[in-house]
Design a protein around this ligand. Structure first.
Ligand SMILES: [Zn+2]
Length: 233
Protein backbone atom coordinates (compact mmCIF):
# COMPACT_ATOMS: atom_id res chain seq x y z
CA UNK A 1 0.00 0.00 0.00
CA UNK A 2 1.24 3.51 -0.80
CA UNK A 3 0.26 6.74 1.00
CA UNK A 4 -1.98 7.50 -1.99
CA UNK A 5 -3.71 4.15 -1.56
CA UNK A 6 -4.20 4.90 2.14
CA UNK A 7 -5.77 8.26 1.31
CA UNK A 8 -8.14 6.68 -1.16
CA UNK A 9 -9.07 3.99 1.33
CA UNK A 10 -9.73 6.62 4.02
CA UNK A 11 -12.16 8.32 1.62
CA UNK A 12 -13.76 5.00 0.73
CA UNK A 13 -14.10 3.98 4.38
CA UNK A 14 -15.86 7.24 5.23
CA UNK A 15 -18.25 6.98 2.30
CA UNK A 16 -18.98 3.29 2.92
CA UNK A 17 -19.80 4.02 6.56
CA UNK A 18 -22.22 6.70 5.45
CA UNK A 19 -23.82 4.23 3.02
CA UNK A 20 -24.02 1.74 5.89
CA UNK A 21 -26.06 4.11 8.07
CA UNK A 22 -23.36 5.56 10.31
CA UNK A 23 -23.87 9.25 9.54
CA UNK A 24 -24.03 11.62 12.51
CA UNK A 25 -23.81 15.00 10.78
CA UNK A 26 -20.08 15.86 10.92
CA UNK A 27 -19.13 13.43 13.70
CA UNK A 28 -17.60 9.97 13.55
CA UNK A 29 -14.53 8.94 11.56
CA UNK A 30 -12.45 6.14 10.10
CA UNK A 31 -8.66 6.09 10.23
CA UNK A 32 -6.30 4.24 7.91
CA UNK A 33 -2.73 3.53 9.00
CA UNK A 34 -0.13 5.41 6.95
CA UNK A 35 1.98 2.76 5.22
CA UNK A 36 5.13 4.82 5.94
CA UNK A 37 4.41 4.70 9.67
CA UNK A 38 3.82 8.44 10.04
CA UNK A 39 0.38 8.14 11.65
CA UNK A 40 -3.21 7.92 10.36
CA UNK A 41 -5.17 9.23 7.41
CA UNK A 42 -8.49 10.56 8.73
CA UNK A 43 -11.08 13.06 7.61
CA UNK A 44 -10.66 16.66 8.70
CA UNK A 45 -13.19 17.99 11.24
CA UNK A 46 -16.29 19.70 9.90
CA UNK A 47 -17.23 17.25 7.15
CA UNK A 48 -19.84 14.51 7.12
CA UNK A 49 -18.71 10.98 6.30
CA UNK A 50 -20.44 11.15 2.92
CA UNK A 51 -18.72 14.47 2.10
CA UNK A 52 -15.15 13.21 2.47
CA UNK A 53 -12.78 13.38 -0.48
CA UNK A 54 -8.99 13.49 -0.82
CA UNK A 55 -8.93 17.25 -0.17
CA UNK A 56 -10.73 16.82 3.16
CA UNK A 57 -8.25 14.46 4.77
CA UNK A 58 -5.46 14.93 7.26
CA UNK A 59 -2.38 12.86 8.02
CA UNK A 60 -2.20 12.93 11.83
CA UNK A 61 0.96 11.76 13.60
CA UNK A 62 0.92 9.40 16.57
CA UNK A 63 1.58 12.55 18.65
CA UNK A 64 -1.69 14.02 17.31
CA UNK A 65 0.04 16.62 15.11
CA UNK A 66 -1.39 17.39 11.66
CA UNK A 67 1.41 16.55 9.19
CA UNK A 68 -0.61 16.90 5.97
CA UNK A 69 -3.75 18.99 5.62
CA UNK A 70 -4.90 22.01 7.57
CA UNK A 71 -6.50 22.85 10.88
CA UNK A 72 -6.65 20.82 14.04
CA UNK A 73 -7.41 17.09 14.17
CA UNK A 74 -10.61 15.59 15.53
CA UNK A 75 -10.59 15.72 19.34
CA UNK A 76 -11.18 11.97 19.34
CA UNK A 77 -8.24 11.13 17.05
CA UNK A 78 -6.69 9.52 20.14
CA UNK A 79 -9.07 6.59 19.68
CA UNK A 80 -7.46 5.62 16.40
CA UNK A 81 -3.93 6.62 17.33
CA UNK A 82 -3.92 4.44 20.42
CA UNK A 83 -5.77 1.48 18.88
CA UNK A 84 -3.40 1.36 15.91
CA UNK A 85 -0.36 1.86 18.17
CA UNK A 86 -1.49 -0.99 20.41
CA UNK A 87 -2.29 -3.36 17.55
CA UNK A 88 0.37 -3.21 14.80
CA UNK A 89 -1.48 -5.81 12.70
CA UNK A 90 -4.54 -3.56 12.33
CA UNK A 91 -4.86 -1.32 9.29
CA UNK A 92 -8.03 0.59 10.07
CA UNK A 93 -10.21 1.67 12.98
CA UNK A 94 -13.68 3.18 12.97
CA UNK A 95 -15.48 5.29 15.54
CA UNK A 96 -19.06 6.39 15.00
CA UNK A 97 -22.10 7.43 17.02
CA UNK A 98 -24.36 4.89 15.31
CA UNK A 99 -27.83 5.29 16.78
CA UNK A 100 -28.77 1.67 17.40
CA UNK A 101 -25.44 0.98 19.06
CA UNK A 102 -26.02 3.91 21.40
CA UNK A 103 -29.61 2.87 22.18
CA UNK A 104 -28.61 -0.76 22.72
CA UNK A 105 -25.66 0.25 24.91
CA UNK A 106 -28.08 2.10 27.19
CA UNK A 107 -29.91 -1.16 27.99
CA UNK A 108 -26.71 -2.78 29.34
CA UNK A 109 -27.86 -6.29 28.40
CA UNK A 110 -25.68 -8.91 26.66
CA UNK A 111 -25.57 -8.84 22.86
CA UNK A 112 -27.12 -12.10 21.63
CA UNK A 113 -26.55 -13.94 18.36
CA UNK A 114 -30.09 -13.35 17.09
CA UNK A 115 -28.96 -13.04 13.47
CA UNK A 116 -25.92 -13.53 11.26
CA UNK A 117 -24.71 -10.09 12.33
CA UNK A 118 -25.02 -11.02 16.00
CA UNK A 119 -22.80 -14.06 15.42
CA UNK A 120 -19.85 -11.75 14.65
CA UNK A 121 -18.71 -12.14 18.26
CA UNK A 122 -18.89 -15.93 18.15
CA UNK A 123 -21.25 -16.23 21.10
CA UNK A 124 -19.31 -13.81 23.32
CA UNK A 125 -20.77 -10.51 24.46
CA UNK A 126 -19.50 -7.36 22.77
CA UNK A 127 -16.83 -5.57 24.87
CA UNK A 128 -17.97 -2.31 26.51
CA UNK A 129 -15.90 0.72 27.48
CA UNK A 130 -17.05 1.84 30.93
CA UNK A 131 -14.49 4.49 31.87
CA UNK A 132 -16.45 7.42 30.48
CA UNK A 133 -19.35 8.31 28.23
CA UNK A 134 -17.67 11.62 27.36
CA UNK A 135 -15.26 12.29 24.49
CA UNK A 136 -12.20 10.04 24.15
CA UNK A 137 -10.03 13.12 23.94
CA UNK A 138 -6.74 12.09 25.58
CA UNK A 139 -4.06 9.47 24.84
CA UNK A 140 -4.86 7.83 28.20
CA UNK A 141 -8.52 7.32 27.34
CA UNK A 142 -7.55 6.10 23.88
CA UNK A 143 -5.22 3.52 25.45
CA UNK A 144 -7.94 2.37 27.83
CA UNK A 145 -10.38 1.99 24.95
CA UNK A 146 -7.81 0.00 22.97
CA UNK A 147 -7.45 -2.31 25.99
CA UNK A 148 -11.23 -2.75 26.12
CA UNK A 149 -11.31 -3.72 22.44
CA UNK A 150 -8.43 -6.20 22.90
CA UNK A 151 -8.69 -8.59 19.93
CA UNK A 152 -12.45 -8.27 19.41
CA UNK A 153 -13.76 -6.99 16.07
CA UNK A 154 -15.65 -4.13 17.72
CA UNK A 155 -16.72 -2.65 21.05
CA UNK A 156 -19.59 -0.55 22.36
CA UNK A 157 -18.94 2.77 24.04
CA UNK A 158 -22.12 3.17 26.11
CA UNK A 159 -23.61 6.69 26.19
CA UNK A 160 -21.51 7.53 23.13
CA UNK A 161 -21.07 5.12 20.18
CA UNK A 162 -18.92 2.28 18.95
CA UNK A 163 -15.38 1.32 17.97
CA UNK A 164 -14.49 -1.20 15.28
CA UNK A 165 -11.18 -2.30 13.82
CA UNK A 166 -9.79 -4.63 11.20
CA UNK A 167 -6.75 -6.02 9.44
CA UNK A 168 -8.18 -4.47 6.28
CA UNK A 169 -10.16 -1.30 5.76
CA UNK A 170 -13.12 -3.31 4.51
CA UNK A 171 -13.11 -5.54 7.59
CA UNK A 172 -13.06 -2.56 9.96
CA UNK A 173 -15.98 -0.90 8.16
CA UNK A 174 -17.95 -4.14 8.01
CA UNK A 175 -17.35 -4.83 11.73
CA UNK A 176 -18.89 -1.42 12.49
CA UNK A 177 -21.82 -2.02 10.16
CA UNK A 178 -22.47 -5.52 11.51
CA UNK A 179 -22.40 -4.40 15.16
CA UNK A 180 -24.85 -1.59 14.42
CA UNK A 181 -27.19 -4.01 12.63
CA UNK A 182 -26.95 -6.60 15.42
CA UNK A 183 -27.91 -3.89 17.92
CA UNK A 184 -30.83 -2.81 15.70
CA UNK A 185 -32.16 -6.37 15.45
CA UNK A 186 -31.92 -7.02 19.18
CA UNK A 187 -33.61 -3.70 19.98
CA UNK A 188 -36.50 -4.63 17.67
CA UNK A 189 -36.80 -8.10 19.23
CA UNK A 190 -36.70 -6.74 22.78
CA UNK A 191 -39.34 -4.15 21.95
CA UNK A 192 -41.69 -6.81 20.53
CA UNK A 193 -41.47 -9.27 23.38
CA UNK A 194 -39.26 -11.78 25.19
CA UNK A 195 -36.42 -13.18 23.08
CA UNK A 196 -36.79 -16.96 22.78
CA UNK A 197 -34.51 -17.93 19.87
CA UNK A 198 -30.80 -17.11 19.83
CA UNK A 199 -27.77 -19.12 18.74
CA UNK A 200 -25.98 -20.89 21.60
CA UNK A 201 -22.20 -20.32 21.78
CA UNK A 202 -21.43 -23.38 19.63
CA UNK A 203 -23.78 -22.31 16.85
CA UNK A 204 -22.61 -18.69 17.11
CA UNK A 205 -18.95 -19.76 16.72
CA UNK A 206 -19.82 -21.90 13.70
CA UNK A 207 -21.85 -19.07 12.17
CA UNK A 208 -19.03 -16.61 12.71
CA UNK A 209 -16.70 -18.83 10.71
CA UNK A 210 -19.27 -19.54 8.02
CA UNK A 211 -20.89 -16.11 7.63
CA UNK A 212 -17.96 -13.78 8.20
CA UNK A 213 -14.76 -15.06 6.59
CA UNK A 214 -12.59 -12.41 4.91
CA UNK A 215 -14.28 -13.10 1.57
CA UNK A 216 -17.74 -12.23 2.92
CA UNK A 217 -16.49 -9.10 4.67
CA UNK A 218 -14.88 -8.08 1.38
CA UNK A 219 -18.13 -8.74 -0.51
CA UNK A 220 -20.11 -6.59 1.92
CA UNK A 221 -17.48 -3.83 1.74
CA UNK A 222 -17.58 -3.81 -2.08
CA UNK A 223 -21.39 -3.57 -1.94
CA UNK A 224 -21.20 -0.56 0.38
CA UNK A 225 -18.68 1.10 -1.95
CA UNK A 226 -21.03 0.63 -4.91
CA UNK A 227 -23.92 2.03 -2.89
CA UNK A 228 -21.76 5.01 -1.97
CA UNK A 229 -20.94 5.54 -5.64
CA UNK A 230 -17.24 5.12 -4.85
CA UNK A 231 -16.71 2.19 -7.26
CA UNK A 232 -18.73 0.70 -10.09
CA UNK A 233 -17.87 -3.00 -9.78
ZN1 LIG B 1 -17.31 10.09 19.49
Amino acid sequence: MTPLDAQKLAVHASRALAAGGHQDMVWGHAAVRDPQGRGIWIKAPGWGLEEVDETRLQLVSFDAEVLVGTGVPHKECHIHLQVLLARPELVCSVHTHARNAVAFGALDVPLLALSHEGALFGGDDVPRFRETGALISTPGLGKALAATLADAPAALIPKHGLLAAGRSVGAAVMHAVLLERACQIQLAALAAGPVRAASDPDEARAKRAECWPESQLEAGWRYLLRRAGAVRS
